[in-house]
Design a protein around this ligand. Structure first.
Ligand code: ADP
Ligand code: UDP
Length: 243
């Protein structure tokens, strides 16, 4: 697969077109950002770990019946994906209270949420990703009612699959963010699933093993990401042949 031109460079990944108009290459960089890009640092190995972690999770989800954009790993920091027409929406499911939910609603961190909550946010850094609801999405034509229903059901389906996967590896899936896009008339899971976009706690100690270590200056960020990957059985060894 030939890399052609840079299409977009975001906060953590760079997107390239390829000689197949339906496929993109995503390069997972070491850049780590927080607070809508206000703080950015380089963390050695982060691109590699997130690339391989994401590939592992996307393959698990696909096998469990969630349509995803993942095609194949290409190199340590790059993989091939279907080119989606991304919806400007973030879907968040929470199993335990943390982050913006606590700040917004004044509730303490660490409460079990039963049933899990679901929230939509508008993907817009300048506006700090404001929370939106179904009516906003319909009024501003960001997605159709069918797409809203599908995003919700797929995001909850991902919750069932991944809560169990992380539980087996001794971790609690606290919350996570997903992005979806359109591909040939079908809605698919896009972007990435990695410790950059979810919260994971050790089940016993509740030690934070995700990007909150970076946001809160706790240190040991990449060590935590590697620990999560190792517990799940993600292979972080150098790839045999790179394309
Ligand atoms: P951000 O744009 O939030 O800074 P990234 O640095 O992760 O985020 O950039 C990756 C960009 O690529 C995001 O805007 C994401 O929506 C987009 N993207 C992810 N997967 C796909 C895909 N399969 N097709 C098209 N765009 C995608
Ligand atoms: N999240 C994300 N990208 C965003 C906003 C949130 O990946 O732009 C993830 C975040 O890592 C967490 C979940 O979505 O796992 C819920 O985030 P929250 O609303 O609590 O916001 P935060 O406290 O991270 O600002």
């Amino acid at each position: 697969m030939k890399k052609l031109a840079e299409l977009y460079s975001g906060k953590a990944k760079t997107v390239y077109t390829t000689d197949d108009a339906n496929k993109l290459i995503l390069h997972f960089r070491n850049d780590t950002s927080a607070f809508d890009g206000e703080r950015v640092e380089q963390l050695d190995h982060k691109g590699m770990v997130n690339n391989k972690f994401n590939a592992f999770i996307m393959q698990k989800l696909e096998a469990a019946g969630v349509p995803t954009h993942f095609e194949e790993l290409l190199s340590e920091e790059e993989a091939l994906f279907k080119k989606l027409d991304m919806l400007p929406i973030e879907c968040v499911v929470r199993n335990i209270s943390a982050g913006s939910l606590c700040r917004r609603l004044g509730i303490e961190e660490g409460l079990d949420l039963d049933p899990p909550t679901f929230e939509f946010f508008l993907k817009n850094d300048a506006l700090h990703d404001p929370m939106i609801n179904d009516a906003h999405i319909l009024t501003f034509r960001w997605a159709t009612q069918d797409e809203i229903d599908r995003m919700k059901s797929l995001t909850y389906m991902v919750n069932d699959i991944l809560k169990a996967l992380f539980a087996e590896a001794g971790m609690l899936l606290v919350d996570y963010k997903l992005e979806f896009g359109r591909y040939q008339g079908e809605l698919m899971l896009g972007d990435e699933f990695s410790p950059d976009g979810c919260r994971l706690w050790d089940t016993e100690t509740r030690k934070k093993l995700d990007k909150d270590r970076f946001r809160q200056g706790l240190g040991g960020v990449i060590e935590a990401y590697e620990e999560v990957a190792q517990r799940l059985g993600v292979d972080l060894e150098p790839l045999q042949s790179t394309k």
